[in-house]
Write a protein that binds this ligand. Structure first.
Ligand code: FE
Length: 205
């Protein structure tokens, strides 16, 4: 499957380690010269990794939980449906939503590199790009899930989706019990980044 390897914006785990080393060297140099503050950099990265990005996806999931018509539209054409909410752009041109249900659990990987739905989830976490996750989640998804703290019933089917440059996936986790009557904002708080990748479940209130 093609993974858009010619795209310079594409984060790429198959590149030789030199770019990472060069970035580290540059960061060290800039820090020593007092031009940047590593703590501030960490805050910026954390913001994009955990706060801004996944909140878009969380809004989509919360709406899908609360509105059956929206959910159906999302499952039928995720790209158009999330674009209507203002979520579109690079690394999110062709979205597919997959829903967890009783007996079905979905999990997303990019086995070749690190394709990820940026407009909905921000930038991918480090483990998503790791060789270990990319190789193991295909071979032993239940074991990987267990390591993330997700224990599924034995008869639950696990579907692993391999992202590409063409298609990015969003998992709609199951709506937790005890959330009747909660509004969209409250529901959003239950939707974790990992629950939308499939390596986690939604929080129980
Ligand atoms: Fe990829």
């Amino acid at each position: 499957m093609p993974h858009d390897h010619s795209d310079h914006d594409h984060p790429h785990a198959l590149l030789p380690p030199d770019p990472a080393l060069r970035i580290k060297a540059l960061e060290t140099l800039l820090t020593q010269k007092g031009l940047i503050d590593p703590a501030a950099l960490d805050v910026i990265i954390d913001t994009y990794e955990n706060k801004i990005g996944p909140r878009n996806g969380a809004r989509v999931v919360a709406r899908a939980w609360a509105d059956q018509e929206f959910r159906s539209a999302l499952l039928a054409d995720a790209t158009a449906t999330v674009a209507d909410m203002g979520f579109f752009g690079r690394q999110g041109e062709h979205m597919v939503a997959v829903e967890n249900a009783d007996g079905v659990h979905n999990i997303v990987v990019c086995t070749l590199c690190s394709c990820y739905p940026w407009p909905l989830l921000g930038i991918p976490p480090g483990w998503y790009k790791s060789d270990a996750y990319r190789a193991r989640v295909v071979r032993e998804p239940r074991k990987v899930l267990a390591e993330f703290g997700v224990a599924l019933p034995k008869d639950t089917a696990v579907r692993v989706w391999d992202s590409t440059a063409e298609v990015r996936y969003l998992v709609i986790p199951e709506r937790p019990a005890g959330t009747d009557g909660m509004d969209e904002e409250a529901l959003m708080a239950l939707v974790t980044r990992d629950s939308m990748i499939g390596t986690g479940l939604a929080r129980v209130p």
